[in-house]
Design a protein around this ligand. Sequence first.
Ligand code: APR
Length: 271
Amino acid sequence: MTTTAEVARWIADARSVVALTGAGISTESGIPDFRGPDGVWTRDPRAERLSNIGYYVADPRIRREAWQRRADHPAWSARANPGHRALVDLERAGRLDVLVTQNIDGLHLAAGTSMARLIEIHGTIRETACLTCGDRRPMRETLQRVRDGDPDPACLGCGGILKSATISFGQNLDPGLLARAESAAARADVLLAVGTSLSVYPVARLPELTLAGGGRVVILNAEPTPLDASGHAVLAGRAGEVLPALVDAVVTRMRGTRPGVHVASRPTVEP
Ligand code: APR
């Protein structure tokens, strides 16, 4: 079995490292995942309909329920955890080129990940988007309208249907973001998949692109994933524990081979 020390050597020696995160990196911040043992959809399969654009557009009841869930979303009170901060330390050690996240909670930015290196491939809950004119506004403005009594707020510009600026099933990903993520994965020496079931395409294809490009795939997850057999290493466990230990090992190795590497943990910046 590949050890954390061996994975740390791969990362320390790599020309290009990409991290791919999923809902599992945010569960230790109090945000449930979707398909894990306590996942939102594991517990309530009907909830998946709220993430399907067809139902959302057709049924005002689905929209009203979606707006209530947005207003009550745990992301508003969540704080970045040691897993998010470990990826900031990896970036600051010069060992993380691109962070692709499927998460919409904004916690990587809150932890200090650079905007330039972050690809929020499934969008963000922190903005709204109009499905007709594309108008984007801060989510907090529209949530105030919901709290003031509007159960299904329409676009202030054109009257169109509003939703969070996230990608629902049935919607296409931003082609530019997807191209950036695929290009980074294809040229990565190491792709580190953290807290994702690797079950939703096209993002789940990124590790395959790394393998096809001759890179290594490392899977860090609390449960088995469909790609475990084809990955070069599987680090089983909680991201908030395994990631900091892995990044410490990377920095220690770099200090040994490249004196002067310094990683100063910055306090978490709240959104
Ligand atoms: N540490 C490591 N892994 C964890 C932790 C943790 N603390 N908590 C949960 N996990 C694992 C779960 O076991 C699961 O395998 O993280 C994985 C999360 O998988 P999903 O719930 O499927 O989330 P994700 O992979 O991000 O889903 C991808 O699907 O629902 C859509 O758009 C949504 O972006 C999401 C996409």
